[in-house]
Design a protein around this ligand. Structure first.
Ligand code: SF4
Length: 464
């Protein structure tokens, strides 16, 4: 199909000799966003009007927070075997359940085993795998680096503030599953509830550290903060002379874009903080979390267009997950689609070691392979950096920057000279990505020690 010539363009004075063929517009799939009343395919939402579906309060109120409700909502959409598998998986999940009707409606329930959203939110008993022997519940050691509960100060000039511990949805793969959501049958959490005294202590610490310039306000999720809290936190931090940058972190645009379309007080509060920051020559942005191209719909685009009109920069951080986005094609489509809706792809995280989600992890080698294909597919500023968040508190390291990587044992070793000089941090590929022989070695503690010591010795020998 040929594109129509633009009437504003003049006829060229000399013929243009193409150096490459024009791309067929039907191949530009990153521009194809899902629209229409797709939610009405779900029996529970078949009578829900567009106005109701776009109402953030309806989305929040109708979110599924109990396993029984989930099962009754999808029971007629998939086979009895799948439903039994789902029930078994949900009972063993370390995260409590919370999923918006929007997410439930985006899942292809005719192919639920392969669906990338089902994989991220609903575990199946048949797919669960034992945790890696080196798994530690708070693998990033956020609590160890916290001078005040809910404030992690690891990097020289940046701190992570967790004002609350709830989110609009609960994701299986959450790095912060040690704190987020309700306790589950298997897991008792560290709670970080909104609390003025705790917040004041965090502010006092931030104000007392001249080296701190950059604050991430996460959680939990900034979507759950009331409008006045967005302003209170934003204005308090902007008023500190040392603070130059801040980012509100929310998965909201990916899982409940309706809030941006219909919660005017919240969007207005964020806009006022961003505007105030701009006047003070300080940057305030929104960081979000899309993992798969199917999560970007016409509703998301309308929401992100609204943020664009308000002058709010949005960046994205994805988590690399097996069966979700661990192919060059899917990740490239995600990156291009994010660019199309004016979201900057910032990071792709190699999946952290998180309890109960070993089936979702991939290897560092997979990340390196995908990165090679993504880089060059679009502009550099829209190309994410693939990082390993070094277990033990080394911070985010470019996945390529390992001191040593043994693809056979799955051990990679990173150094973080600007964060924790002289220390080494080990990442472990999941055992299901290793050969049977190498995977078996991990069941023998003496052999584990040999593998780890060997990797560390080789890393130290290469280190500069
Ligand atoms: S929204 Fe973010 S913080 Fe909340 S459960 Fe999901 S990944 Fe964790």
């Amino acid at each position: 199909m040929a594109t129509q010539p633009l009437t504003i363009l003049k006829t060229p004075s000399a013929p243009i000799v193409p150096k490459k063929d024009a791309v067929d517009p039907s191949k530009l799939t990153h521009k194809n966003l899902r629209g229409g009343a797709f939610w009405q395919k779900i029996p529970a939402y078949k009578d829900v009007s567009e106005a109701q579906f776009l109402d953030h309060a309806w989305q929040a109120k109708s979110s599924i927070t109990k396993i029984e409700k989930l099962i009754s909502t999808v029971a007629t959409l998939a086979s009895p075997e799948f439903i039994a598998d789902l029930e078994a998986g949900m009972k063993r999940a370390p995260m409590s359940v919370r999923v918006s009707p929007y997410i439930v409606s985006l899942i292809d329930w005719e192919h639920p085993y392969e669906d990338p959203l089902r994989i991220q939110f609903f575990p199946l008993g048949s797919r669960l795998l034992p945790d890696h022997p080196k798994l530690d519940f708070d693998s990033l050691h956020e609590q160890a680096d916290a001078p005040v509960p809910g404030l992690t100060h690891r990097y020289p000039d940046k701190a992570l503030f967790l004002p609350l511990d709830t989110c609009p949805v609960y994701c299986r793969f959450c790095t912060r599953s040690y704190a987020i959501g309700l306790d589950t049958e298997d897991v008792e959490k560290v709670h970080l509830r909104p609390n003025d005294e705790r917040w004041q202590r965090a502010y006092q610490y931030i104000a007392s550290r001249p080296e701190l310039e950059d604050i991430v306000i996460s959680g939990g999720d900034a979507y759950q903060l009331r409008a006045q809290h967005i302003e209170e936190i934003g204005n308090t931090l902007l008023d500190m002379p040392n603070i130059r940058r801040m980012r509100f972190a929310s998965k909201g645009p990916a899982v409940m874009p309706m809030k941006i379309l219909t919660d005017d007080p919240w969007v207005d509060a964020l806009t006022r903080v961003v505007d105030k920051g701009r006047k003070l020559h300080k940057e305030v942005v929104l960081h979000t979390h899309f993992n798969h191209p199917n999560e970007i719909t016409e509703i998301s685009k309308a929401a992100l267009d609204r943020l664009m009109e308000r002058g709010i920069t949005v960046r994205n951080q994805s988590v690399l997950q097996r069966g979700v986005n661990d192919s060059p094609e899917t990740m490239t489509l995600l990156v291009k689609r994010l660019g199309h809706v004016n979201v900057h792809p910032y990071y792709v995280y190699v999946h952290d070691l998180v309890k109960g989600v070993e089936d979702l992890r991939t290897s560092v080698d997979t990340a390196l392979h995908i990165e090679k294909h993504v880089r060059g597919s679009t502009a550099g500023f829209n190309t994410p950096v693939f990082v390993v968040d070094a277990p033990g508190g080394g911070g985010k390291r470019d996945a390529h920057s390992y001191e040593y990587y043994d693809r056979d044992t799955g051990i990679s070793v990173y150094a973080a000279p600007s964060v924790k000089p002289g220390q080494y941090f080990l990442y472990f590929d999941p055992l299901h990505q290793l050969s049977t022989h190498q995977a078996r070695r991990w069941s023998d503690p003496a052999d584990v020690e040999v593998m780890v010591n060997d990797a560390l010795a080789k890393a130290k020998a290469h280190a500069r």
